[in-house]
Design a protein around this ligand. Structure first.
Ligand code: PEP
Ligand code: MG
Length: 883
């Protein structure tokens, strides 16, 4: 088997489309090499070796060693020095590289091949002992951390103590002798902690590093990350081994990272950071504050440190040209890493850059306008869920704001919440329903769960490409990084700036767009939905087949949904209207009444209010379809429980409070969700549905007269199990409709349909469709009844189901296509068999979930309906499903 693929010198055995085998990094290094870009020669050990390694008790295939040796020879031939040669050694980097970028895995070991002997050879060749020993101490630290398990803090402590003891401030102040002394101390530490001297054989070093990469695939952080991002364990990682180039070889050397477009805003400008005389990890680690790449950015940031453009103009202009080549080649914004070794530019990585939703949108639209993408491709480039970020608030410019600290605008948008300093605590408070801002000196992959839980992230160290910044942008969370004037004291649970001390639990607002930390809760604003958003949405609308409606019952929600592009209401839950101010009493009277006459008297009070509700909705929807569902929840949800409430109802009814209390007890149910609810209420108390139907038809008549455009209400009956239920209720509603039409002298058209929420209804859809004029899949209840899992109690155990791989996802979030989906398919097919072209929609929460929307397209539903804020997501997801 071929386990190893080489690249370098304008050639490569691999290519960009081989990422399954070579991992993302390896595939792109090969591609860049073939494009003739300056890539240090190297080779990739394939992901198949990782699979083999785990299938064979963490051993390597027998012929791997020979292939690695040959590949090392090959690189050695290109650069003119050999690995392990004591006189003129080839040093290498070792990096992991999964198919998808995966923080939490072993990342990088640089300068591998150094030992007490080769370090001297490197010093001689480079004519620079300081450089050689600086490289050696970095190697010992990285290697010991990731391969030998000696935590890097130990090394940093040694360095801090040494610098303090010798009056040095910056790493750059240290001389060759200083570094040599540090190396001695580092090696002593390793021996003390591991019981063995630091490995001197380059060969052993290399295999140690390769093993560490493969082992890190199964470490806890990597497993957690895969679970959060649905990355299968079977993918495995590749290992990339490359000839070293040195950004720390003096003042004519540098290392940096860049995005070919601004990853926060999407603006078409080179965007990045670099450090002179440094190695790769220094930039992301946030140890020194990096410098801007371009003069324009430097002027913008007000930095007094020169840009790459001004200090290394030749390398810079070559770099700009390469970025352009890469963008055109990959037809996407790239995130690249580079090193300049003594004025010579080297490319170390390229990949599609992570970006905010705002940037993703702008980049996709502009690439289409530049002709690099078609409109359909642009539509497919934007993750529908990420649009949520654009719909997030920003700080109201008119609001009073008291900035207590400033940092970098690492991820846009505003967020507010209680200060927490610990990721576990952030998660715990979030679970209690509290909003928190995670405040850390810097973040690491161990904090990911806390970052997920927090509304926003604030760090006191690190640049725009620090861990916190990159991860927050990916998650769409506002982030301010590197707010250096803040002092965080984890032990005391405080953060201090100037004379102000804030405690855990104090509320702050962060402005990730400006990079500011503000005291207290500052007023926020909803975003504008124009520009690129409007363009992309227009392209999406042109591409999709399914309509997108909204679940709304209040005028405010209905208006928001229309602004977001809703094409009607797919579910108006009328019971929500029953809780409104001034109504609940009448509703309680109705429920607690002894007989039909008592109920009718109470319903008469509710009728005008319901009519007004519907009239408002019809007016806002201006002729678009509106589906109104009749009363659904068990009646006890409306009942008074406290004595004061009971007394209030008793007062208005002139009834005895003890009698009411007994009635409340009578209404108690053991399983209300499976009890007296849905159409069962309409069967036993037909006057309730009749009142609602009357309110609907009277409002429709009124709205038609007022607006001049006809309204065709869709009356929907919930929780049907049998056709007989629907027949009976339909007759009554038709009678009301005819009565209203007669009374008002109008001819309001209407449809009567049903929700499909029970397996029995799905199975008997053929006969139900003979009565129902439309179906709307209530996949919340259908999931509940198909699984027999209570939707209100599932949170306690379903997470564990997903963790253990019993279910691929929470079926109340993403439709269970195998089970619930099968019932949807059956119902759609059988419904169409008796009523060709029956209108089909979905109004469960799944109507706003992209994966479920994809499924709806395959079943051929006519529309999806979702909450107002998910309407844009659904429009885009429906387009992607259709393309
Ligand atoms: C459903 O069950 O999917 C539905 C939309 O109804 P509700 O969530 O109101 O029960
Ligand atoms: Mg339901």
């Amino acid at each position: 088997t071929k386990w190893v693929y080489t690249f370098g010198d304008g050639k490569a055995e691999g290519a960009a489309d081989m990422r399954e085998l070579l991992g993302g990094k390896g595939a792109n290094l090969a591609e860049m090499s073939s494009l003739g870009l300056p890539v240090p020669p190297g080779f990739t050990i394939t992901t198949e070796v990782c699979t083999w390694y785990y299938a064979n008790g963490q051993a390597f295939p027998e012929d791997l060693a020979d292939q690695v040796a040959a590949a090392l020879q090959h690189i050695g031939g290109i650069v003119g020095r050999q690995f392990g040669d004591a006189g003129d050694p080839l040093l290498v980097s070792v990096r992991s590289g999964a198919r998808a970028s995966m923080p939490g895995m072993m990342d990088t070991v640089l300068n591998l091949g150094l030992n007490d002997e080769t370090v001297e050879a490197v010093a001689t060749r480079a004519g620079d002992r300081r450089f050689a020993y600086d490289s050696y101490r970095r190697f010992i630290q990285m290697y010991s951390d990731v391969v030998l398990g000696v935590d890097h803090h130990n090394f940093e402590d040694i360095l801090e103590v040494y610098k303090e003891g010798n009056g040095h401030d910056l790493d750059t102040d240290l001389s060759a002798d200083d570094w040599q002394e540090i190396v001695t101390r580092f090696k002593a530490l390793v021996e003390e902690q591991t019981g063995n001297p630091f490995p001197q054989s380059p060969e052993l070093q290399l295999w140690g590093a390769i093993g560490a990469v493969f082992s890190s695939w199964m470490n806890q952080r990597a497993i957690t990350y895969r679970r959060l991002h649905s990355i299968p364990e079977s993918w495995g990682t590749a290992v990339n081994i490359q000839a070293m180039v040195f950004g720390n070889m003096g003042e004519r050397s540098a290392t940096g990272v860049a995005f070919t477009r601004n990853p926060s805003t999407g603006e078409n400008e080179l965007y990045g950071e670099f450090l002179v005389n440094a190695q790769g990890e220094d930039v992301v680690a946030g140890i020194r504050t990096p410098q801007d790449l371009t003069e324009k950015a430097r002027i913008g940031s007000g930095s007094d440190k020169p840009s790459l453009e001004s200090v290394m103009p030749n390398a810079f202009s070559e770099f700009v040209g390469i970025c352009d080549v890469l963008e055109k080649h990959y037809r996407d914004m790239q995130d690249v890493e580079f090193t300049v070794e003594q004025d010579k530019l080297w490319m170390l990585q390229t990949r599609a850059g992570k970006r905010t939703a705002k940037a993703a949108l702008r980049i996709a639209v502009e690439l289409a306008e530049e002709g690099l993408l078609t409109k359909e491709e642009a539509v497919q480039r934007v993750d529908p869920v990420s649009l949520d970020q654009l719909l997030h608030p920003t700080i109201d410019p008119k609001a009073e704001r008291q900035a207590i600290a400033r940092g970098l605008p690492a991820s846009p948008g505003a967020a507010q919440g209680e200060i927490v300093f610990d990721a576990d605590e952030a998660e715990a408070l979030k679970n209690e329903g509290r909003a928190v801002i995670l405040v850390r000196v810097e973040t690491s992959p161990e904090d990911i769960h806390g970052m997920h839980a927090a509304e926003g992230i604030l760090t006191t160290r690190g640049g725009m490409t620090s861990h916190a910044a990159v991860v927050a942008r990916g998650m769409g969370k506002p982030c301010v990084s590197g707010a250096g004037t803040l002092r965080v004291d984890y032990a005391a649970g405080t953060m201090t700036v100037g004379g102000t001390t804030l405690k855990r639990g104090d509320v702050i607002t962060i402005d990730g767009t400006k990079g500011e930390v503000l005291l207290g809760k500052v007023a926020m604003l909803q975003p504008e939905l124009s520009g690129e958003f409007a363009s992309l949405m227009a392209w999406a609308d042109a591409a999709r087949r399914m309509k997108v409606r909204t679940n709304a019952e209040t005028p405010a929600d209905a208006r928001t949904a229309r602004e977001f592009g809703a094409e009607g209401i797919g579910l108006c839950r009328t019971e929500h209207m029953f809780f409104e101010e001034g109504r609940i009493i009448a509703v309680r009277e109705m429920i607690l009444a002894d007989d039909e006459a008592g109920r009718r008297a109470a319903l008469a009070k509710i009728l005008p209010m319901q009519r007004q509700d519907f009239a408002d909705l019809f007016e806002i929807m201006a002729g678009l379809p509106v589906t109104i569902r009749l009363l659904d929840p068990p009646l006890h949800e409306f009942l008074p429980h406290e004595d004061a409430e009971l007394a209030e109802v008793a007062g208005t009814m002139g009834a005895d409070i003890e009698k009411l209390r007994r009635r409340v007890q009578e209404l108690h149910e053991f399983n209300p969700m499976l009890g007296h609810r849905g159409c069962r209420l309409g069967i036993t108390y037909p006057e309730i549905y009749e009142m609602q139907a009357r309110a609907i038809f009277e409002a429709a008549a009124e709205a038609a007269t007022k607006t001049g455009s006809p309204v065709t209400p869709e009356v929907m009956i919930p929780l049907i199990a049998t056709r007989a239920e629907l027949d009976m209720l339909k007759d009554r509603i038709v009678a009301v409709a005819e009565a209203v039409n007669r009374e008002k002298g109008v001819a309001v058209e209407y449809q009567i349909g049903t929700m499909i929420e029970l397996p029995r209804a799905a199975l008997h859809a053929a006969e139900i469709a003979e009565t129902a004029e439309f179906f709307s899949f209530g996949t919340n209840d259908l999931t509940q009844t198909t699984f027999g899992i209570s939707r209100d109690d599932s949170a306690r155990f379903l997470a564990e189901y997903v963790e253990k791989g019993i279910l691929p996802a929470d079926p109340f979030v993403t439709l269970d296509q195998d089970g619930v989906g099968e019932l949807v398919r059956i119902a759609a097919d059988r419904g169409r068999s008796t009523r060709a072209g029956i209108k089909l929609g979905i109004c469960g929460e799944h109507g706003g979930d992209p994966a479920s929307i994809g499924f709806c397209e395959t079943v051929g539903l006519d529309y999806v309906s979702c909450s107002p804020y998910r309407v844009p997501i659904a429009r885009l997801a429906a387009a992607q499903a259709a393309l």
